[in-house]
Design a protein around this ligand. Structure first.
Ligand code: SF4
Ligand code: SF4
Length: 669
């Protein structure tokens, strides 16, 4: 006898099922059509090709569940359990359709026993386990990041559990009623059937089987119909959003064509791209972005999750045609202000932790910067501190209001090739000092240390001296694209005039800008961060550091623009030494998960006016390692963390040293 089973055993009037299915599909399609019309309001952007590269990457990320498993492992495991359960159940349903409705008889023999019975049975059980764990995580252990809890959340879990549990009841009763010879291949179904059969007659089991079968069918069709109208829509939009992820340069903001742009920045929903609008419908509400956001953790009025969900709610509330009409009228900004408050936008450090954590690749930072662009360039409404910074950039090409020092003060006593003074000097690499490295007193020491170790290694390097201007990074992050492009173009002209090929940047913000954003304006150079270049010199034997005994136990703080933005994690760590050969102690939240010091996105030039101090929150994590030296690799982190550790630990505060300063001490010989 060939192993198989009757698909519609004990079920009459099967046409009713087809009618219900068709109705659920019609409601499903109607819901998606509404979403599609909303996404179409957005501006064009290219996110669909190349098909092969996108598909390969998306399939790998979706099926491995890697973005969910990399942090919050327990939650990742239960999501993987029901994800995989659902994939297998979907495939099994497809097999039934092919077998029964299209007459392709594959549901038999070994395939029936191994896949359609055993695998489906086990994965169905895994899915139930995943759902039970999800209930426990949400309602027993009350995971903070899943708040606020909505009625939708509990209903979705209950509906999925009902579908899975009734599936096993139907299978178990069928096994009992047909005395299935292949029951051993469905261990869970058989156990459920045996448990139910105890007190029931055959007739009662038959009636129960039929009733549960129809209940199961109605719940499944209801689930399908409900999908586009609830958070369940992410079952389809999340994988699609992963397919549509940005394959361009990581962290580079999109430039504005200032000559052709009809408006500057985004003040209305339909001014976002269609991909931005698609992002809003892809959110799973998992809260990973929120619990890693330094602004949210320090009580600022910003949650990257709430930002996305507020925009989503606003988009869903739109009657498209009516709102288009309203938009064409002269409402100045129905979104920035009333829906997304200005303080929310000015609370972001652009640290990218939200985007790093988001399992479905939602892009918060570009949306925030787009809305800032509107505030800065169209409304000229931005915080006073930032206005002072902008005035300074415009007047003196550096962001330090009132700074009296000159860009070359730090060079006193050092014999360096300053291209501004000696334009014909020969050099292999250009040391890009950065405004903080040249003008901030504490960071002048760091710049001197970098110059000293480069000299010690015999590197032929030059600096631009007073020819160097701010890269424009602070202007770009606060949304002043016009000023950014102006400064960038001036710097590109200077770099090209001196025929610069390789740049070593002493600041991760300059590094990111020069490496990833200047090519948008025609500036193409090999750009390295000083930690990368110094680690290379050590690896080549041009610098021979000792153990670093004077540093004692060390830890390291990852700057956002070096780590998360550019993936440089190991080079700075390799420069630190504790005298014992041990690697730096890792703080709670490090590498890609590092908590921002609070110095990016313009915050180095702004007072924190609400909540706790971001630098103190990070300092506490670093102090908890017990390190005597805290290594940094960014001038803004230096200022923020020196202040942070002193205000938390007082007199007993450990030293904060740039990795170049540590290396300088370790190579004095
Ligand atoms: S970039 Fe950083 S500060 Fe801004 S919303 Fe994301 S996590 Fe929060
Ligand atoms: S934006 Fe991403 S990380 Fe944040 S709640 Fe939504 S899905 Fe989760």
């Amino acid at each position: 006898m060939t192993p198989t089973r009757e698909v519609y055993f004990n079920i009459k009037h099967i046409w009713v099922m087809y009618v219900l299915f068709a109705a659920s599909l019609a409601i499903f399609a109607r819901g998606w059509y509404g979403h599609w019309r909303r996404w179409r309001m957005g501006q064009p952007t290219e996110r669909t090709g190349p098909l092969g590269a996108r598909l390969g990457r998306a399939l790998r990320q979706v099926f491995s569940q890697q973005t969910l498993l990399k942090r919050y492992r327990a939650a990742g495991i239960f999501h993987a359990l029901f994800f995989w359960g659902f994939v297998v159940l979907f495939l099994a349903t497809t097999v039934v359709f092919l077998h029964e409705d299209l007459g392709i008889h594959i549901m038999q023999g070994w395939f029936y026993l191994v896949f359609q019975s055993l695998v489906v049975d086990l994965f169905g059980a895994f899915a139930i386990l995943g759902i039970v764990m999800a209930f426990g995580h949400r309602y027993l252990f009350k995971a903070k990041r899943l708040k606020p809890d909505t009625r939708d959340d509990a209903t979705i879990l209950a509906v999925i559990l009902a579908i899975l549990a009734t599936g096993f009841v139907i299978e178990g009763l069928r096994i009992e009623l047909t005395h299935d010879a292949w029951a051993a291949w469905s261990p869970v179904g058989r156990a459920v059937g045996a448990a139910l059969a105890g007190g029931l007659s055959m007739e009662a089991m038959r009636g129960l089987h039929r009733a549960v079968w129809w209940f199961h069918a109605v719940v499944v069709f209801g689930f399908i119909a409900w999908m586009p109208y609830s958070k369940l829509r992410h079952l389809m939009t999340s994988p699609a959003n992963i397919y549509l992820q940005n394959l361009g340069t990581r962290g580079a903001l999109q430039p504005l064509d200032l000559e052709k742009a009809e408006r500057l920045g985004v003040s209305r929903l339909e001014q976002f791209t269609w991909k931005d609008l698609f992002d809003l419908d892809s959110c799973t509400e998992c809260g990973r972005c929120e619990v890693n956001c330094p602004a949210h953790l320090s009580g600022k009025p910003l949650s990257p999750k709430a930002l996305i969900l507020d925009l989503q709610k606003y988009m869903h509330g739109m009657s498209i045609d009516a709102d288009r009409a309203a938009v064409d009228a002269d409402s100045p900004s129905p979104m920035v202000g009333p829906i997304i408050h200005e303080e929310t936008l000015w609370s972001c450090t652009t640290c990218r932790a939200c985007m790093e954590q988001c399992p479905v690749m939602i892009e918060q930072v570009p949306k925030i910067v787009d809305m800032r662009r509107h505030l800065v360039m169209e409304r000229a409404e931005f915080p006073d501190d930032l206005q002072a910074m902008v005035r300074s950039l415009e007047a003196r090409a550096h962001p330090y209001p009132g700074a009296q020092a000159s860009r070359t003060d730090w060079m006193a006593g050092l014999k360096l090739a300053d291209l501004a003074a000696t334009p014909d000097a020969e050099f292999e690499v250009l040391l890009w000092v950065g405004c903080a490295g040249a003008l901030n007193k504490r960071n002048q020491d760091v710049t001197r240390a970098i110059a000293q170790v480069l000299t010690r290694a015999g590197v032929k390097f030059a600096v631009l001296g007073r020819e160097e201007k701010c890269t424009g990074d602070p202007a770009r992050r606060i949304g002043y694209e016009f000023l950014f492009q102006q400064l960038a173009q001036q710097n590109i002209q200077t770099l090209d005039r001196f025929k610069v090929k390789t740049v070593v940047a002493a600041c991760p913000h300059c590094f990111h800008c020069l490496k990833n954003e200047y090519p948008q304006l025609g500036g193409n150079y090999t750009v390295l961060h000083h930690s990368e270049f110094l680690a290379k010199l050590v690896a080549e034997g041009r610098l021979k550091p000792d153990g670093g005994a004077q540093q004692g136990p060390v830890t390291y703080h990852d700057p956002c623009y070096l780590g998360r933005y550019n993936g440089v994690y190991d080079a700075p760590r390799n420069l630190l030494g504790d005298g014992q050969g041990a690697p730096p102690a890792e703080a709670e939240m490090s590498r890609a998960n590092a908590l921002c010091c609070g110095g990016g996105g313009g915050f180095s030039f702004m007072e924190e006016k609400s909540g706790t101090r971001m630098n103190q929150n990070r300092a506490k994590q670093l102090l908890a390692t017990g390190a005597e030296t805290i290594g940094v690799a960014c001038p803004f982190c230096m200022v923020m963390l020196e202040d942070g550790v002193k205000s938390v630990a007082g007199e007993k505060a450990p030293r904060v040293l740039d990795v170049a300063e540590v290396l300088e001490q370790r190579t004095r010989g």
